[in-house]
Write a new protein. Structure first.
Ligand code: DX5
Ligand code: ZN
Length: 217
């Protein structure tokens, strides 16, 4: 399977969201990566339901929604209504992670769990069989355009191992500082999906940059 590419709309031009959504529709991208930040779990605030619904109206590919929020449980159905297809919560934000994962699946979405750079992969061993996606953070969440943390490459290998050992079908996605160089290393380590924000939207030709990432595998 070729690597899935999920451009992060956090780096798009918010005054021209429809234009950028249509660019992604017409590109080789597989998903839309949507970063939701609440100013509590992470030191930044991005956007909420009205913006996600607006994106969903125009997007022709699945919405891969990454929640960087405290207490995600209370909003699961709202994210479904806004158009989320994959809903990823942070391990560090969920006291009753098993319940949260089941609630996401019961709402008809694919369930993902994200791990901050300091969180070991092992904490997922008792839920990995229930997951559709593991999101390895290769930056500390909160901002686009940060430097890639190399240990993420090692963690991709570890989580792949865990997935095989437990007979899970989860995909492994990596988020933060992805470019052609880090992307290639991540694919070699077993990554199934790459998120890329600033690398795509700050490039001269975002459509071509998406195609270049897609061509890495
Ligand atoms: C960071 C977000 C990322 C961000 C990635 O907290 O979760 O999805 O948009 O941006 P880049 O690709 O610029 O590191
Ligand atoms: Zn993200």
């Amino acid at each position: 399977m070729s690597v899935l590419v999920s451009p992060s709309v956090l780096s798009c031009d918010f005054a021209n969201i429809q234009r950028d959504v249509e660019m992604i529709n017409a590109s080789n991208a597989d998903w839309f990566h949507i970063d939701v930040m609440d100013g509590v779990f992470v030191p930044n605030i991005s956007f909420g339901f009205p913006v996600i619904s607006a994106i969903s109206k125009h997007a022709t590919k699945p919405l891969d929604v990454h929640l960087m929020i405290a207490n995600p449980d209370q909003y699961i159905l709202d994210f479904k209504k806004a158009g989320a297809d994959i809903l990823t919560v942070h391990y560090e934000a969920c006291t009753h992670l098993h319940r949260t994962i089941q609630a996401i699946k019961d709402a008809g979405m694919k369930a993902g769990v994200a791990l901050n750079p300091h969180t070991p992969v092992d904490v997922l061993q008792d839920v990995i069989a229930d997951l559709d996606l593991v999101l390895i953070m290769s930056v500390n969440p909160g901002f686009g355009g940060q430097k890639f943390i190399k240990n993420a490459i090692f963690k991709v290998g570890q989580v792949k191992n865990l997935i095989h050992r437990r007979g899970s079908r989860a995909l492994v996605e990596v988020d933060g500082g992805v470019n052609l160089e880090t992307g290639l290393e991540l694919i070699k380590a077993g990554a199934d999906a790459l998120v890329a924000g600033s690398f795509v939207f700050n490039s001269e030709n975002p459509t071509q940059t998406i195609a270049d990432l897609k061509a890495l595998s």
